[in-house]
Design a protein around this ligand. Sequence first.
Ligand code: ADP
Length: 196
Amino acid sequence: MIVIFFGAPGVGKGTQASRVAARSGLPHVSTGDMLRAEVERGTTLGKEAEPIMRSGELVPDDLLVRMIESRLGEPDAASGVILDGFPRTRPQAEALDAMLERTGRGAGIVLVLEVPDDVIRERVLNRAKLEGRLDDTPEAFAERLRVYREKTAPVLDHYRSTGARVEVIDGDAEMDVVTARILAALGLGDNGKEVA
Ligand code: ADP
């Protein structure tokens, strides 16, 4: 099962994706975390990505596509993954479709988390105080939201037009409530086993 977590920055994709990963036993693949790890390690990729992330822009598609292709080729991804932060543009979505088709894996289930803008803005600015993430400044957040509307929202049109399964979840509730909604939408019981 390939689950694609989709939604604006700050909707809670990371938190919820890691919970669903834990319940389902599938690996949580967060491109934001993977990129931050590269920045931390000071790799060539990390050096290229850091200023882009800091400004709230998107890292180039070809780089992300290669990163995901190699991650999906790892043994623990054989029965599926929980994708968080990818695909973020139409070309990324098309590349993912092609990868899944090539490897005989069915299309992904798209989980859209919806939270009002004023709520996510507050969440992100709070997180900035707790975690000091390089792109949680008010300026970078505003840019991430703009980029989301311009480049990422159209990805949903792509999935709707290709007939993928799209589940819209109201994410403006307590974390546990949102998790329960997601597990129900995925047909996973509370213990993470698929419900017949
Ligand atoms: P959020 O969803 O809160 O905006 P992420 O941790 O998913 O944050 O991503 C942080 C940053 O990493 C993005 O603003 C972008 O610069 C980069 N990034 C992550 N995933 C992608 C992607 N699929 N394509 C391009 N850039 C990405």
